[in-house]
Design a protein around this ligand. Structure first.
Ligand SMILES: Nc1ncnc2c1ncn2[C@@H]1O[C@H](COP(=O)(O)OP(=O)(O)OP(=O)(O)O)[C@@H](O)[C@H]1O
Length: 252
């Protein structure tokens, strides 16, 4: 258990942490002995959306990868429903920054969403009526029905992102880890993604996303974790992004 008294900046993030589904305590990550994250604490649950905000190099991508189980940690724990995340890999879906994703393989939107069902299929790898239903729902929730027979590589970046989200939903992942999902979207597509993320949290999932636009953060994310290697503040977005906290985070 960490000691809240040591946290002088912002709210203590882990009060009643054992009631939360995702609990990060004392997380430290370094690259070649250079620290990238120090003593990160976070406790949150399904139904929430959390923005990761901080300057370039603050460790946002590193934290997303760590939660996805893709980043070696020096110290600390990341628990999902009181157990190490490794036991729960299906529960997590991680989308890197768009330029890091290779979308150039031959598969349709529907094919990609069906891939989300693979871990759930029985020994004969046959799709049941239930699997089809889940795929239909995921396509509908992400408003992808009209695009379902299109090749992924022929879609716009925003549409590809929606296909990824639909696959994660079909996979029944409860935690969506998104690295700068709003980058490169115009105003209408940002508004659409914002709506879709709201639908995703309302149906009982958790969205954690790095986000650069301080002006839109409060409209999109109910909570914000402000970091610069360490936690600067955590809480409801509007209060967390106060001028004082931002000064702490964005000056070195
Ligand atoms: N693979 C790596 N090897 C060595 N250092 C790395 C590696 N990945 C990240 N870093 C370093 O770790 C720190 C945190 O990087 P990270 O990408 O997590 O920050 P970020 O907050 O996502 O930044 P940005 O807003 O610029 O995307 C940076 O100083 C970065 O240079």
């Amino acid at each position: 258990m960490s000691d809240c008294q040591h946290s002088t900046k912002g709210d203590c993030p882990h009060q009643h942490h054992h009631h939360h589904e995702l609990v990060i305590e004392g997380l430290c990550v370094s690259y070649h002995k250079t620290p990238a994250l120090r003593e990160i604490e976070l406790a949150t649950s399904c139904g929430n959306s959390v923005a990761l905000v901080g300057p370039n190099g603050a460790g946002k991508s590193t934290l997303l990868k760590a939660i996805a189980g893709l980043q070696r940690k020096d110290k600390g724990s990341i628990l999902w429903r009181n157990e190490p995340i490794q036991r729960w890999s299906r529960e997590f879906a991680y989308l890197p920054q768009s330029e890091e994703v290779n979308w150039d393989f031959p598969i349709t939107v529907r094919g990609m969403v069906e891939m989300g069902r693979y871990p759930h299929l029985g020994p004969w790898k046959r799709y049941s009526a239930h699997d089809d239903e889940v795929v239909e729902r995921a396509l509908a929730l992400m408003r992808l029905e009209p695009l379902q027979d299109r090749q992924i590589r022929e879609l716009s970046g925003g549409q590809q992102q929606r296909a990824f989200l639909a696959r994660s939903i079909a996979q029944e992942a409860h935690v969506l880890l998104l690295d700068e999902p709003f980058t490169g979207l115009d105003r209408d597509h940002s508004a659409q993604l914002s709506d879709l993320l709201r639908n995703i949290t309302h149906e009982g999932r958790l969205v954690i996303a790095s986000h650069h636009d301080l002006n839109t953060a409060a409209d999109i994310f109910d909570h914000t974790l402000l970091i610069n290697q360490e936690v600067i503040a955590y809480g409801p977005t509007a209060t967390t992004l106060s001028e004082a906290n931002l000064n702490l985070a964005f000056t070195n």
